[in-house]
Design a protein around this ligand. Sequence first.
Ligand SMILES: Cc1cc2nc3c(=O)[nH]c(=O)nc-3n(C[C@H](O)[C@H](O)[C@H](O)COP(=O)(O)OP(=O)(O)OC[C@H]3O[C@@H](n4cnc5c(N)ncnc54)[C@H](O)[C@@H]3O)c2cc1C
Length: 510
Amino acid sequence: MTALTPSTAQAATKVAPEVIVRPGDARYAALAGRGYNGRFVATPDEIWLVHGAAQVEKAVNQALARNQRITVRGGGHSFEGLVDDPQFRLLVDLSEMKEVRYDPAMRAFSVQAGARLSDVYRALYEGWGVTVPGGVCPEVGVGGHVSGGGYGPLSRRHGLVVDHLQAIEIVVADRGGRARTVVATRDPGDPNRDLWWAHTGGGGGGFGIVTRFWFRTPGASGAPSSLLPKPPARMRKTVVSWPWAELTEAGFTRLVLNHGAWHAANSFPGSPYAVMHSSLQLHSYFAGTCELEIRWDATSPGMERMHDSYIRAVNAGVGLEPTVTVKEGTWLEIALEPTPSYGEYSRQKSMGGHLRKPLTVEQVGAMYRSLSDQSHYGAGLVYLAAYGCKINTVSSSATAIPQRDSVLKLWYSNNWADPAQDEIEVEWIRTLRKSVHGATGGFPVPNARQDGGYINYPDVDMRDPAQNTSGVPWYSIIWKDNYPRLQRVKNTYDPHDVFRHALSLPPTRG
Ligand SMILES: Cc1cc2nc3c(=O)[nH]c(=O)nc-3n(C[C@H](O)[C@H](O)[C@H](O)COP(=O)(O)OP(=O)(O)OC[C@H]3O[C@@H](n4cnc5c(N)ncnc54)[C@H](O)[C@@H]3O)c2cc1C
């Protein structure tokens, strides 16, 4: 058994007291409104701004004593109302917990759970020249992102962010109805190893409140600067843009099929193309363009030739000469570029999945019909992100996220401004999803071509039998054969279902 005590750092340093913000306080609206999706608003009686595990324990104990429903917000980038739900009366807000440092006792980098990816990328790179292969959006928080199994522009080269997760510090509510802090590590002898494992893709908010993550690449040794991947010295970012007005259905179909075929051929472990990441962003007609965003290690041998051949392969037979915009910068400059904002289009609905094989002609036809539909005004998007390579060197059961042989990650999204349009815009994305995955009950149910959902692209429709007609339960669509082990972790560490939301596993009895 590994002898570790919770948060030695916290005991050693003086920690500011928790701040409790209630309705009527000038700070309340901004804190309650930190969620990404304007369709959902939090209305808690208390928002606890905490600074360490002991204060989280205090909040959990109060919630247990007063029978208050409790939730936690990290970076606030959930697409669903998992946090912003009226059932929650006590909201633990981690936004002041964003310290990143090297922890010699753990021989790993300690990241407090309220950090955003931008905090992590900057601190790890400026301090030690290293990074973790996390998401493309620097505003996303590690709290939800890591727990859900996050991926990003360096994942084809270095795997998922959880492939580098060494340990977590987490506050759970035990069988006796008291909060306690547990450190759970990936070490084989750790009795809490399954709790660590649940946070390698099992999703946030359903087991406890993580207060700290530790990162170290398995097998790495030596100085801190050798314990995590080194990002490229320079990155090239290219945007290839096709104008919708000139894109015929045949051209659109060619584009998506070419892209799928290229990724099916070049995403195997050891592929020389692991140095690149891309996302094909098929926007609604109103956006004016469809785009391919490419990020490439600008120092990799043969970069120019491989980069150009990729664009040629994707554009072959499309019948248009796309606009190509290229820029270069340090890895950190590119990594910290903010994600384009949807502005007042803050209302959102999305859903995600994985593709083992390229989309079929019929599926691409369904996408074309939805994206060219001019009877709605939402900013619809089909996003096909490069996956595979190093990600696919890890076994399906090694982490809670089981998808380890896909070549593309899939994300359907729609954004709009007007609450009066909610029904129309939600229906638009449902129609898109159902028409692409009609053969499998409306969702990318695992089979030879597709490989299930992604908890970090949550869609509560999966729980609704009127929407999910696949006959496969929502949790098996997301976690496949890893579900029973996650269920056991839930039964052990949260037997009273203190930490729950619309897409968490309830404990089972017996
Ligand atoms: C613009 C945008 C871009 C994105 N890009 C990517 C990407 O490139 N790659 C990718 O993999 N994903 C991406 N995502 C998805 C992202 O990983 C998830 O939305 C993630 O869950 C957000 O985490 P958060 O802490 O910011 O969100 P929150 O809304 O704070 O939390 C999400 C869930 O996790 C829980 N949670 C948060 N913190 C903790 C904690 N400390 N302990 C326990 N539970 C916790 C919450 O209760 C909630 O259920 C993107 C999302 C957005 C909005």
